[in-house]
Ligand binder design. Sequence first.
Ligand SMILES: CC(C)(COP(=O)(O)OP(=O)(O)OC[C@H]1O[C@@H](n2cnc3c(N)ncnc32)[C@H](O)[C@@H]1OP(=O)(O)O)[C@@H](O)C(=O)NCCC(=O)NCCS
Length: 171
Amino acid sequence: MTVHVRESQVFVVPPRTPEIIVRCAEEDDVAAIVAIVAEHARQGHLLPRSADNIRATLSSWLVAEVDGAVAGIGSLVQMSPTLVEVRSLAVLPQYRGLRIGQTIVRGLVDEARRRGFPKVFALTRAVPFFEKLGFRITSKDDFPEKVWRDCAICPLQHACDETAVVIEVEC
Ligand SMILES: CC(C)(COP(=O)(O)OP(=O)(O)OC[C@H]1O[C@@H](n2cnc3c(N)ncnc32)[C@H](O)[C@@H]1OP(=O)(O)O)[C@@H](O)C(=O)NCCC(=O)NCCS
């Protein structure tokens, strides 16, 4: 049997736009954040962070929710009275390219401004991503706080392939 479908009977379903919300993290998000950090730490993109550390710093985290599920994360870590770091920034692979990462970073920079930190930096391999958001490349030597506190525990400390980027924030 042959089925003939007339053109007028064909319905094209437009691609559904997912609902994306970037918001402050809550206690219920901890398990999802732990899982995303752990996966990206395994791949060498992020430093590991424990559930206890995440819970203790929850007010410094943003999460992106896509249709109700956590799809992206990012946090601010205070390094000195004038400096904060964008840390643990990650978007699940299936949700990349939807502007989630940039919305999280913009939110974190806004939060730094609100808290009165004039400088925000990141150590990253995604330099063009940060440059599009107004960050500029700088020297790691500008951030001795970072080198002493975190790089000491990093397996790549003597072969670091990350670039320091910074943005000045008008408070
Ligand atoms: C980097 C990352 C967070 C970007 O998230 P995303 O939601 O896909 O990024 P966006 O959609 O907001 O991208 C914004 C812009 O940056 C560009 N971009 C995204 N990821 C990039 C990357 N890894 N390198 C260079 N440019 C990138 C995009 O093409 C886009 O450009 P456009 O505005 O000209 O279209 C994501 O790729 C990721 O989780 N990577 C693995 C973990 C990681 O490297 N984290 C950074 C540690 S500091």
